[in-house]
Design a protein. Structure first.
Length: 158
């Protein structure tokens, strides 16, 4: 068994932020200044996954969401066929849209029905953390620190 921790270079904390966008902005400023950002990492501390329930998911709603998704896919297929087939562009576009919506509704309905009511809600997941640290490989720390302190840094530091 290999020791993965030895493959990871020693890193030092460059700056800490209370939100992810602050840490992301700091790395972006380093990138804009020409710093080799492949030597940085954004590390979350006290990370948890939050699943926000967005609504009830009925078979009808699942079919509707499937139809919308299928319509986009069908529209894309219709555009491709329309561009590659001489004449009838609009007809192929509509045909792809309608057929995609129908099949999307069928698969959305069936997919939800097969769950047997075990997940009758829709949701989105996201990460939250108490603190976000921007860390840098030790050998590049001094340069990164000077870039951030020379005006490349934001005022969002924690």
């Amino acid at each position: 068994m290999t020791d993965v921790t030895r493959a990871t270079p020693e890193r030092r904390t460059l700056s800490s932020f209370s939100d992810y966008t602050g840490a992301q902005a700091a790395v972006d400023r380093l990138s804009d200044a020409g710093f080799p950002v492949e030597h940085t990492a954004i590390v979350g501390h006290g990370v948890r996954i939050v699943e926000q329930v967005t609504g009830r998911l009925t078979r009808g709603r699942a079919a509707g969401l499937g139809a919308a998704s299928g319509a986009w896919f069908g529209l894309m297929i219709g555009v491709l066929l329309g561009l590659l087939t001489p004449g009838g562009f609009l007809g192929l576009l509509v045909w792809g849209l309608v057929l995609g919506a129908v099949w999307g509704a069928v698969f959305g309905f069936a997919g939800h029905a097969f769950t047997g009511g075990r997940r009758d809600f829709s949701s989105v997941q996201g990460f939250e953390a108490e603190r976000w640290d921007v860390t840098v490989d030790a050998e590049h720390f001094s340069r990164a620190q000077s870039l951030l302190s020379s005006g490349a840094a934001g005022e969002a530091r924690a």
